[in-house]
Design a protein around this ligand. Structure first.
Ligand code: G3H
Ligand code: 13P
Ligand code: ZN
Ligand code: NA
Length: 283
């Protein structure tokens, strides 16, 4: 019983909080994440990248998520992260995803609109939600001049035209975040976020949220970010815990004895993020 992401995000938009778009990498991630969300009574967007689907296998993604959500009382959406083509998206919709992202942000504005619109028409006809992206979510953000920022970051007027012409349920914007680990201290363009939110008045998505401080996440949510994507922070929590276990007991060989603690570390990190986003007790 998955729910469309649009339902989860409309409530977050109305009541000004953020919901985690948390990436699964394997079974331990899935279990660690859903336990954290359940413990805090939070809605949840479970997402899988095309790479994660290749790694886990589509049938396992679907069946594992089904097993995880069968008896849960929290609303959960299953979302494709950074869908790269119409075909890839159709494949996920046919398999049972309740939400998809079409990432055509590297294409020209008109091409991005055309592909996104085509995805929205197909997805909405079967009740599946759509996220799209406008602007460039970084690499390193440190040494960009104002001109470069204007070129990379989401333009507010374009954002309005984009959502009006495509009919997407949520828009991912570029305001200074980057995927993966930050080289320097990330600086977010909150003025741009405020302007965009006021203009488009709908759910906004922040990618690359690993490595963003609690304070900045809180500010971003206050200014209208409703979906916050996290992958790297959970990967680091899981791996750091496993390294810690091996540092103490190098003779271990039973994967349950290190993957278990890794899974618990993800649950703790998930709860930390949920509290920062304010989605606790919103299920
Ligand atoms: O935004 C991308 C996600 O962090 C997933 O990355 O393609 O390495 O699974 P991935
Ligand atoms: P991080 O890897 O920085 O957590 O970003 C995740 C993301 O944006 C997934 O779409
Ligand atoms: Zn992303
Ligand atoms: Na990041």
């Amino acid at each position: 019983n998955l729910v469309p992401m649009a339902d989860i995000l409309q409530d977050a938009h109305k009541r000004t909080y953020g919901v985690g778009g948390f990436n699964i990498n394997n079974m331990e991630f899935l279990q660690g994440i859903i336990r954290g969300a359940e413990e805090l009574n939070s809605p949840l967007i479970l997402q899988a990248s095309e790479g994660a689907i290749r790694y886990i296998g589509m049938d396992y993604v679907i069946k594992m998520v089904e097993a995880a959500t069968d008896k849960t009382s929290i609303p959960v959406a299953l979302h494709l992260d950074h869908g790269s083509s119409f075909e890839s998206i159709m494949n996920c919709i046919r398999a049972g995803f309740s939400s998809v992202m079409i990432d055509a942000s590297k294409k020209e504005f008109e091409e991005n609109i055309a592909l996104t619109k085509k995805v929205v028409e197909a997805a909405h006809s079967v009740g599946v939600s759509v996220e799209a992206e406008l602007g460039t979510i970084g690499g390193t953000e440190d040494d960009h001049t104002v001109d470069e920022k204007d070129a990379m970051y989401t333009d507010p007027d374009q954002a309005l035209e984009f959502v009006e012409r495509t009919g997407v349920d949520a828009l991912a914007i570029a305001i200074g975040t980057a995927h993966g680990v930050y080289a320097g201290e990330p600086e977010l363009d909150f003025e741009r976020l405020k302007t965009i939110k006021k203009l488009i008045d709908m759910p906004v998505v922040l990618h690359g949220a690993s490595g963003i401080s609690a304070e900045d996440l809180n500010t971003a949510v206050g200014y209208g970010v409703n979906k916050v994507n996290v992958n790297t922070d959970f990967q680091q929590s899981f791996t750091a815990k496993i390294k810690e276990v091996f540092a103490e007991k190098p003779e271990l060989y039973d994967p349950r004895k290190y993957c278990g603690p890794g899974r618990d570390a993800i649950t703790e990190k998930v709860k930390e993020k949920i509290k920062m986003l304010g989605s606790n007790d919103k299920a």
